[in-house]
Design a protein around this ligand. Structure first.
Ligand SMILES: [Zn+2]
Length: 364
């Protein structure tokens, strides 16, 4: 997710401003050890699977013959420049229409995804079979620059069932000299038969220090707070910052929900709101069980809430999260979930001092 904040889209890999420094080692390692024609790059969301795939493609197609493969991409040869301009004839990137803009990949690639027809149709969140067929056709033609072809599929689990079956056939009977890079934050959503035909590359959450340094370079203040908010996933932390959620806002959130202030989530999408509420619920429940919080500092949470009420809230949050298109309006759904949160985050009367409710130390 490299195109943000109105800047020109840039591609991950050697030599650009938004380069993800924690990808350098996995990139070298993968170039050195993974020779299969299909790789599955997976790990938690927001750590750069897509950027690693693009960097690998850049490395494989790099024409700096004087360098060993592990030292590519060079960032300077004709192939590297074509990739930076997103017009390399031997690279095809398949992403759902709905993600193209946020990925900065709305110009080249994915030509088969019937983008031209029915101008007002809602952009698809899936990778459709037409797009996969176009990718297969692309993969079977001769490489234009002589170093083979690369197809990147992101996120691979967004291939619908028909698309995935079509894709599986290509993996079973590879034709031509194409290589496939599948990216996923949810590999459980892939056909097991697809997964078994790919060599796996696991991309873990990067060391916090690297992630914080990178976030600081992107202009994020108090990066540690947003990094924790995102479960250690730096690209998600940056996304929060770019949505206007800074450390102060995040730290105040549990207390605002505890008093039923639904305006704290005004303008949020339902999935983002549910995600934030689930994190408050998780951390409060964790404290109630004697564990440690993960997304918020301890002093921002009520350590005396009732576990039963939290579990009921958690179940309701899970139910809403599972509904793809919520029948109610978003505001109404958020208000209802915050209302339940206020009840769940109370200290039960039997335990609290004269039912005062919260035992929070700070008001942010
Ligand atoms: Zn190069």
């Amino acid at each position: 997710m490299s195109a943000r904040g109105g800047e020109a889209p840039e591609q991950g890999g050697a030599g650009d401003d938004r380069e993800l420094p924690w990808l350098a080692a996995p990139l070298r390692h993968t170039l050195e050890t993974r020779q299969a024609h299909a790789l599955l790059i997976h790990g938690p969301g927001g750590v750069g699977q897509f950027e690693l795939a693009l960097a690998l493609a850049k490395g494989w197609l790099c024409e700096a013959n004087d360098r060993p493969l592990v030292d590519r991409p060079c960032g300077r040869c004709a192939s590297c420049k074509l990739q930076a301009a997103r017009s390399h004839p031997d690279l095809l990137v398949l992403v759902p229409e709905a993600l193209r803009e946020s990925l900065g990949w709305d110009l080249g690639g994915g030509e088969g995804d019937d983008a031209g027809e029915g101008g007002k149709r809602k952009p698809s969140k899936e990778i459709r079979v037409e797009a996969v067929r176009a990718a297969i056709a692309f993969a079977t033609t001769t490489s234009a620059r002589g170093l083979g072809k690369v197809v990147v599929v992101h996120p691979a689990e967004r291939m619908n069932e028909i698309a995935a079956s079509a894709f599986l056939k290509t993996l079973e009977e590879p034709a031509g000299d194409a290589r496939f890079l599948l990216c996923s934050a949810a590999p459980g959503g892939l056909l097991p038969t697809i997964r078994s035909r790919c060599q796996e590359v696991v991309l873990p959450v990067p060391p916090a220090r690297d992630a914080e340094t990178w976030l600081t370079r992107q202009g994020v203040a108090q990066p540690g707070v947003l990094l924790a908010a995102s479960g250690g996933q730096p690209q998600e932390a940056l996304e929060l910052a770019e949505r206007g959620i800074d450390a102060k806002y995040w730290l105040a959130l549990p207390q605002r929900i505890a008093v039923g202030d639904a305006t704290a989530l005004q303008g949020w999408s339902l999935p983002s709101a549910v995600d934030a509420l689930q994190k408050i619920c998780h951390d409060t429940a964790s404290l109630a069980c004697g564990g440690a919080p993960r997304y918020f500092p301890r002093d921002r949470l009520n350590g005396d809430a009732d576990l039963g009420a939290l579990l009921r809230w958690s179940r309701e949050l899970g139910r809403v999260a599972a509904e793809v298109d919520h029948p109610w309006g978003v505001d109404l759904a958020i208000e209802s979930l915050v209302g339940q949160g206020r009840e769940a985050l109370k200290t039960p009367r039997s335990r609290g001092r004269s039912g005062e409710g919260l035992s929070l130390n700070s008001t942010g």
